[in-house]
Design a protein around this ligand. Structure first.
Ligand SMILES: NC(=O)c1ccc[n+]([C@@H]2O[C@H](COP(=O)([O-])OP(=O)(O)OC[C@H]3O[C@@H](n4cnc5c(N)ncnc54)[C@H](O)[C@@H]3O)[C@@H](O)[C@H]2O)c1
Length: 384
């Protein structure tokens, strides 16, 4: 069978996970990459055995052999580059958030509607963990009863010190929000996926804990430590933590906390659902396990076991029970479901994929904007 040929634009922190995942699918291969930092692209291509390093985005767009392009650039380039990819007739796997704001993301959603043969996905990884997919199926089957409450968090510590700095802290590059757009969006996507319901009302309180940071004068890759650097003071006016109360369109209430200044927490996305019959809890740092809570019998600590999972969620798991699966496996599952969708000749207008669509990602950006508005007005904001 002919493998789909892929290219990656933006060879920073997240790109190796894309490249590894494309290869692990077995149905696609990576032909080329590019980065505005050509030396970085050459170095990473050599490390990961990618044959072609192109000089520009245009060179990738003009290669007729390339079927799919992964947009792994910072947020401020998502709209501009994704627009070019769609207009070039290539399938598109975009990093999240879809764009800096809903004005930009709406343009992409409209453009995609006019190009119905193009398949486009957004990399909301966590929904693709097998236990999250299983939770979603079990919620739909009523295993925990009617969901009443959903709560959780996404906590990190990579912005704990004032010497921690990244483009995510500058509105021009990131958009108006930092923590909510960067990691709160992941919690929102995971919660909406599991409940199969949209958040329609939000009430928030956001905080910039470190209003002046020290920005290194040299180049620093995302999430790496700045050492022996010359610094300049930079005013920061985006949040690095926040609390959000939410209401879903099916009536479920919820709340979540995001923070990038919680020492010891790395990528702690967790989610608990309290249903009318039972509760369930999942934490992505221990992605291979979940907890099920009962009132009238002992609680259960469940280990992922394909034999006990719903037939649908079994397609998102690879290893037998006891061989832990984690973040990279969820990433591969996300990428595989996207490539399979293309090869099965499915269309976004008629088939519902497991991966996040541009429309879903656009809705999440609207929610992020509603959360920013609520923080300013100190009022509930409805987005429908
Ligand atoms: N889905 C996830 O869990 C996840 C995790 C991390 C990052 N991300 C997303 O991935 C994107 C990139 O984040 P990162 O952490 O890898 O950032 P990064 O800064 O490490 O990498 C971005 C790369 O893009 C390159 N670039 C900048 N302008 C370019 C241009 N015009 N053409 C080509 N390349 C250009 C930069 O040189 C850099 O190498 C962001 O949107 C981020 O939100 C998603």
């Amino acid at each position: 069978m002919k493998k789909l040929k892929a290219a990656v634009i933006g060879m920073g922190y997240i790109s190796p996970s894309h490249i590894e995942s494309i290869r692990r699918t077995g149905i696609a291969e990576v032909k080329a990459c590019t980065d505005v930092n050509h030396e970085l692209a050459k170095q990473k291509a050599a490390e990961m055995n990618i044959e072609y390093v192109y000089d520009s985005v245009e060179e990738i767009l003009n290669d007729p052999e390339i079927d799919v392009i992964h947009n792994c650039t910072p947020n401020f380039l998502h709209k501009e580059i994704s627009e070019k990819i769609i207009k070039a007739g290539k399938h598109l796997f975009s990093e999240k958030p879809l764009a800096r704001n809903s004005e930009e993301s709406a343009v992409l959603v409209d453009l995609l509607k006019k190009n119905p043969d193009i398949v486009a996905a957004v990399n909301f990884i966590y929904r693709m963990n097998p236990l999250v997919q299983d939770m979603k199926d079990k919620v739909a089957e009523g295993e925990y009863g009617k969901p009443r409450l959903v709560h959780g968090s996404y906590l990190q510590d990579w912005l704990l010190y004032d010497t921690d700095y990244n483009w995510r802290l500058e509105k021009e590059f990131s958009g108006e929000s930092n923590s909510i757009a960067d990691i709160g969006s992941h919690w929102i996507d995971t919660a909406q996926t599991v409940l199969n319901s949209k958040i329609v009302n939000v009430f928030s309180s956001l905080k910039t804990n470190i209003p002046v940071r020290k920005k290194a004068k040299g180049m620093v890759e995302a999430f790496s430590k700045q050492e022996n650097q010359d610094y300049e003071d930079k005013k920061v006016d985006v949040e690095d933590s926040g609390m959000v109360m939410v209401e879903f369109d099916n009536g479920t209430q919820g709340m979540f906390l995001v923070s990038q200044v919680s020492a010891g927490r790395k990528c702690r996305l967790d989610l608990e659902i309290n249903g009318s019959e039972a509760s369930c809890y999942w934490n992505q740092e221990m992605a291979d396990q979940m907890w099920v809570g009962h009132r009238d019998k002992p609680n259960q600590q469940v280990i992922r076991n394909p034999q006990l999972m719903s037939p649908h969620s079994q397609q998102h798991t690879n290893l037998a029970a006891g061989h832990p699966e984690g973040w990279n496996d969820a990433m591969t599952s996300n990428v595989r479901s996207f490539y399979k969708f293309i090869l099965d000749n499915k269309k976004l207008a008629t088939d519902k994929p497991d991966f996040a669509t541009f429309e879903e990602a656009h809705y999440i950006i609207r929610l992020v904007e509603a959360i920013l508005e609520s923080n300013l007005t100190k009022k509930w904001v409805n987005i429908q």
